[in-house]
Unconditional design. Structure first.
Length: 125
């Protein structure tokens, strides 16, 4: 739930500094077991609907409808072996903007760690 709230916050603040992974590597395999796919759909639906006032659940739909939809879904599982990315922490912004971000994030205990990342990666002393 916390990660969904965090993603929602970043969606409302697209210019805010945040980590941005650019590539995941690993071995992919097709998962065609209906039980595995059903579990994935239920978990994804629950995660996406959690913030809704009246969350929808896969069990709310007729089973024949879900079965028909699942026949058109290809399940893929990727065991991630490596993540490569970079931090997007305002380092591409003018110095005055970077300093403003650091000052703003430094005022709140919950965002001080991000302030420090902006200071480091933004090369502010």
């Amino acid at each position: 739930m916390a990660s969904l709230a965090l993603y929602a916050w970043f969606a409302r603040h697209p210019n805010a500094p945040h980590p941005m992974f650019s590539q995941a590597r690993g071995r992919a395999k097709v998962r065609d077991q209906s039980d595995w796919l059903a579990d994935q759909l239920k978990a994804l639906t629950a995660a996406r609907e959690a913030a809704c006032a009246a969350p929808w659940s896969v069990s709310d739909a007729p089973s024949d409808y879900i079965d028909a939809q699942m026949r058109d879904i290809v399940g893929i599982e990727i065991e991630i072996a490596a993540l490569e990315g970079k931090w997007k922490v305002s380092q591409n912004q003018p110095e005055v903007n970077r300093r403003s971000v650091v000052a703003g994030f430094s005022m709140d205990e919950t965002t001080r760690e991000m302030a420090e990342l902006v200071r480091i990666y933004g090369k502010l002393e």
